[in-house]
Design a protein around this ligand. Sequence first.
Ligand SMILES: Nc1ncnc2c1ncn2[C@@H]1O[C@H](COP(=O)(O)OP(=O)(O)OP(=O)(O)O)[C@@H](O)[C@H]1O
Ligand SMILES: [Mg+2]
Length: 346
Amino acid sequence: MPLIELKHVSKVFPVRQGILQRVRAEVQAVANVSLQIYPGETLGLVGESGSGKSTLGRLAMRLIDSTDGVVRFDGEDVTKRRGKGLRTMRAGVQTVFQDPFAAFNPLLPLRVSVSEPLQVHRGQSQKESMTRLRELMPLVGLSASHLDRYPREMSGGQLQRMAIARALTVEPRLIILDEPISALDVSTQAQVINLLEELQRQLGVAYLLIAHNPGLVRHASDRIAVMYLGEVVEIGSAGDVYDAPKHPYTHALLSAVTVPDPDVQRTRQRIILRGDVPNPADPPSGCRFHTRCPLALDICSSDVPEPFVLDNGGVVRCHLHTTGPKLAGRPIVDLDIPAVPQTIAL
Ligand SMILES: Nc1ncnc2c1ncn2[C@@H]1O[C@H](COP(=O)(O)OP(=O)(O)OP(=O)(O)O)[C@@H](O)[C@H]1O
Ligand SMILES: [Mg+2]
């Protein structure tokens, strides 16, 4: 059974403008998304800035209400849950964000901030929570003495380890990692990713790993979901999505990722998408990607593509799989060249 299941979930934000803050438009930040996160797995969530990744994470932990659709946690419908029931669920889903310096009160020693989930969810006093805090420090590669420090006395990497420790205090089943390493330098990034993987092996915790740089999440993810303008356009195992993308957007997004094998890298061409990301308050009709898709068909501007479910459980939303040349779940590169231009520039 999935730990978290989203079924046809959407989120619309009002856009307010002017002195009177009147609602001038609406942004559909997340549009009809269905996905599952299973116990102990890492689901990588990639997509350009503004594609709705953080909003999806906040919907999954019920930090915000969805406009439409159903959110299930452990099989139970939590879409409308409030009060104590919601707090119980939230203890099971913790978050770690991009900027560790913004995550802690600069005026308090770290032990106070790190023990907060234990106070909120378990009713423990600061003193009672110290046993658990000391136990967690070696797990995240820090020592108990770090708990007495203030945030400014720590490096970014150390502080992110503290944020991970804070998330672990209440033994969550899922941690939503929203760009957890983007603010760190390259060598620290690898250390934090390794730490997260090691913790998963030891504790069996699941991760939703959000990143706009897909290169960083491949090896840490079991499955990958790709977002474009609020929609999940493709989801599948990390190997499948990276090595044999089924959606033209995934193909383009991943063409920019450097692969470790130089022979493979030499054969890869970077695909530059034409045009800018459309205004999310006024998304294109039909398939939202059609205005930038090098392979768009007539139907793409009029009809929203239905999900095509692959034999291995992966899903792709693209008319190429159901109409036209009918890829029916095969990778984009299977289309006859020159149907796939190697480099598409404006
Ligand atoms: N509270 C809000 N009110 C209004 N619009 C919002 C709000 N939160 C997000 N949005 C809009 O929803 C869309 C998706 O935003 P979101 O932060 O989820 O994107 P993202 O994929 O996390 O981007 P990034 O990679 O830059 O973090 C954007 O167009 C954003 O402007
Ligand atoms: Mg974000």
